[in-house]
Design a protein around this ligand. Structure first.
Ligand SMILES: *Cc1c(COP(=O)(O)O)cnc(C)c1O
Length: 353
């Protein structure tokens, strides 16, 4: 695929790594490609980062036809830059596209778009410990038509934001509220896709949890509100009696790349992993009888986020004395070691760009 590059005539000053934050500052460029029915994807280009123009009738504004991905580029000790399992993000984006009737991407073209874009803005990949360049590919319907039919005009874009360390002051366990009213997903719905609408529907419960002093919500299944699905926008795992238990992928849970990587890594280390339904009752009785050893959320942003406290129907339960567990720390060290290139990548997960 040919990618036309127009350099930003007003490049940003050199990166100040002490003030990175998350998702508010962007790199000098963005990638855009258009899709037109009958013509397919065309006009792949990298242009100066900036506003885009859309019809007020564009599908995305009215019917939420939007999907996205989240991944990072990491600076390694030798100064090079690498991606972590980008193939997984591309496959997942295509699965999201199929569910939302958006066009799929050619996998090689998508990888070329990612690598060319990151190479163009390579100087924005920070090097301080724990920092990275957060990459946000996204796709949306732009048809100027209030009738919702087959979407004939679509854009695929990539933007990126240099981001600070998630754990400035070391890994800190979080308090999580089990949400018993709102639900995130049902079977047959869009739970397994990364679509904007899922986040819109989840925001109310997240805000409520925050107001009550909790970091995030733990989502239950949408039918019986009995089985555990995810925590905030992370997958969730429990260590019960030495075994790792995590909800299985039945269409309601987002298939996280971090989840998959942890499962593969821990299996290779001999851990027993159960991907299955797990009820709140089971977790609470494991808490009460002392067999729940650790619990953590996992996703690209935090890698792992230990759960120190769970609240369910007004009762608070403390996990592992409210401290980060040994296995949670181990997962964090191993995975971040591979991602930032300080440990050998024995799985072939990284891609130097
Ligand atoms: C992105 C996301 C995750 C984590 O996926 P990763 O690929 O590990 O970053 C988990 N749950 C939800 C709802 C998500 O949107």
């Amino acid at each position: 695929m040919e990618i036309k590059i127009t350099k930003n005539p007003n490049p940003a000053p050199p990166l100040d790594e002490t003030k990175l934050g998350f998702g508010v500052k962007f790199t000098d460029h963005m990638f855009i490609m258009d899709y037109t029915e009958g013509k397919g994807w065309h006009d792949a280009r990298i242009v100066p980062y900036g506003d885009i123009s859309l019809s007020p009738a564009a599908t995305v504004f009215h019917y939420g036809l939007e999907i996205f991905e989240g991944m990072k580029a990491y600076r390694t000790p030798d100064g090079s830059v690498q991606l972590f399992r980008p193939w997984e993000n591309i496959k997942r984006m295509n699965n999201s596209a199929l569910r939302l009737t958006l066009p799929t991407l050619n996998e090689e073209d998508a990888l070329q778009a990612l690598t060319t874009f990151v190479r163009t803005d390579e100087r924005f990949v920070p090097s301080a410990e724990g920092t990275s360049l957060y990459i946000r590919p996204f796709m949306f319907g732009c048809e100027p038509n209030l009738g919702l039919h087959k979407v004939k005009n679509v854009k695929f874009m990539i933007i990126a934001s240099p981001s600070g360390s998630y754990y400035d002051e070391g890994i800190d366990p979080v308090s999580i509220m089990i949400e018993t009213e709102d639900v995130r997903a049902v079977r047959g719905g869009t739970g397994y896709t990364k679509c904007g609408g899922n986040y819109a529907a989840a925001n109310r419960a997240g805000e409520k949890a925050e107001q009550l002093g909790y970091t995030q919500v733990l989502w239950l299944d949408g039918v019986e509100r009995k089985y555990i699905e995810e925590v905030g926008s992370m997958n969730v795992m429990f260590k019960i009696n030495g075994k790792i238990v995590t909800p299985d992928l039945i269409g309601t849970v987002l298939p996280g790349v971090t989840r998959k990587s942890i499962i593969e890594m821990l299996s290779s280390e001999g851990y027993e992993i159960e991907e299955r339904r797990i009820s709140v009752e089971e977790v609470i009785s494991a808490l009460e009888n002392g067999t729940l050893e650790e619990a953590w959320g996992c996703g690209t942003a935090a890698v792992v986020s230990p759960i120190g406290k769970l609240v369910y129907k007004g009762h608070e339960y403390v996990i592992n004395g409210g401290k980060t567990g040994a296995l949670t720390s181990h997962i964090y060290d191993e995975l971040t070691g591979i991602q930032w290139g300080t440990k050998p990548d024995r799985f072939g997960w990284t891609l130097k760009i």
